[in-house]
Write a protein that binds this ligand. Structure first.
Ligand SMILES: NC(=O)c1ccc[n+]([C@@H]2O[C@H](COP(=O)([O-])OP(=O)(O)OC[C@H]3O[C@@H](n4cnc5c(N)ncnc54)[C@H](O)[C@@H]3O)[C@@H](O)[C@H]2O)c1
Ligand SMILES: O=c1ccn([C@@H]2O[C@H](COP(=O)(O)OP(=O)(O)O[C@H]3O[C@H](CO)[C@H](O)[C@H](O)[C@H]3O)[C@@H](O)[C@H]2O)c(=O)[nH]1
Length: 335
């Protein structure tokens, strides 16, 4: 049995590929390398460079590789970009997902794991956020993902396909063995940005708003370590393969950290006192997003192993140093 991983050359999908290979699974990666990297995919996985919206290509992959499960990570993921160019987001994240689902049904794929997001909840007033919290995304990114959740629910009712929708909160950290981490140079995620500041790769950190109704005025998020998140995917896959029902679960630890708290941890762990500027709010940022994480623990028996922000930051720092050395090495080879 083979798992097709779309977006397997990216940050989170790449960790899924490593975990599947570690577990002895056959893996095919489909990625157009728009934000992913060829080098991120180990040779033990088959990398096909192409678009998951290319039905002919997906049909050929599903026919050829004996795929029993699709783990669909590929997407555009930048919220402000989705506001500026909604059509690109609905096209890539929603329309192409419909095409992928059509291929899955045509080839009688039984198991589908989908990377959803806390952005489907919008700006909920309740904390922690359970899966029953009303779905009210406030930007095209969140809507483009929610529509895929709805399509999956309808398709699963009509066809022999079961799904796991995993709603990620804020994903951070890197592979504890140092094989992979967040590599996109354009990443805007807080821990990545703060780590880059600590290493002197950027000038300090702007804190987007210190006037929120939170304990220190900065926004609160639930940061989940990427390997713990991937453990949840493996458990979800095992659950579906055992004949388990479709499920939708939040993926977070159920504890929130403020932006200022995260920045302090990065300073402590790195030993560097980089500049921190309080700037204006970033449009569309909810004050607090903390996962209600009971369902994933009870339904999938998920037990996180890396719920420690110091460890998450150490992994991110370690990976950022490796990335930097890698780019120096690449430049040296060009000379
Ligand atoms: N990073 C987070 O904190 C976070 C939070 C919630 C949800 N998610 C979801 O997790 C998934 C993975 O995110 P990530 O952080 O690894 O992002 P990423 O940009 O590192 O990975 C996305 C991958 O998908 C590929 N891709 C995009 N469009 C494609 C297409 N049409 N055809 C083929 N490949 C395509 C890219 O090249 C890239 O390798 C996404 O679905 C994202 O919405 C991420
Ligand atoms: O330089 C920065 C970067 C971020 N932040 C703040 O840090 C918090 C976290 O921001 P991130 O950009 O790291 O993450 P988001 O919470 O905006 O969004 C992430 O998690 C969401 C789900 O919770 C979505 O899935 C989204 O795709 C993913 O990027 C926010 O309050 C943001 O304003 C700063 O203050 N300065």
């Amino acid at each position: 049995m083979t798992v097709l991983v779309t977006g397997g050359a990216g940050y989170i999908g790449g960790h899924m590929v490593l975990a599947l290979l570690d577990a002895g699974e056959q893996v095919v990666v489909l990625d157009n390398l728009s934000t992913g990297f060829r080098w991120a995919v180990p040779e033990a996985a088959k990398l096909i460079i192409g678009d998951f919206g290319d039905a002919q290509l997906v049909d050929a992959i599903l026919a050829e590789h004996g795929v029993d499960a699709i783990a669909h990570f590929a997407a555009k993921i930048v919220v402000p970009e989705s506001v500026a160019d909604p059509i690109a987001y609905y096209h890539n994240n929603t329309a192409k997902a419909l095409s992928l689902l059509e291929c899955a049904v045509r080839h009688k794929i039984k198991h589908f794991i989908f990377s959803s997001t806390a952005a489907v909840y919008g700006e909920p007033e309740i904390s922690p956020i359970s899966e029953q919290t009303p779905l009210a995304p406030i930007n095209p990114y969140g809507r483009s993902k929610l529509m895929v959740e709805w399509m999956l629910q309808d398709v699963a009712k009509a066809h022999d396909l079961r799904f796991a929708v995993l709603r990620y909160f804020n994903v951070a950290g890197a592979d504890p063995k140092g094989r992979l981490g967040q590599s996109s140079p354009k990443a805007t995620h807080l821990i990545k940005v703060a780590v880059q500041a600590a290493l002197g790769h950027r000038k300090g950190v702007d804190v987007f708003g210190a006037d929120y109704p939170t304990r220190d005025g900065s926004c609160i998020r639930d940061y989940i370590q990427v390997t713990d998140l991937i453990d949840a995917h493996l458990l979800a896959l095992a659950h579906l393969r055992k004949g388990g029902e479709s499920l939708t679960c939040n993926c977070g630890y159920g504890r929130g950290l403020s932006v200022l708290e995260v920045v302090d941890v990065v300073k402590q762990v790195s030993g560097v006192k980089f500049d921190v500027r309080i700037s204006g709010r970033r449009p569309g940022d909810p004050a607090s997003l903390v996962a209600g994480a009971d369902r994933i623990r009870t339904m999938l028996h998920w037990t996180p192993r890396h719920d420690d922000v110091g460890e998450i930051v150490r992994q991110a720092l370690d990976w950022e140093r490796r990335l930097h050395n890698r780019s120096i090495e690449a430049d040296r080879q060009k000379v």
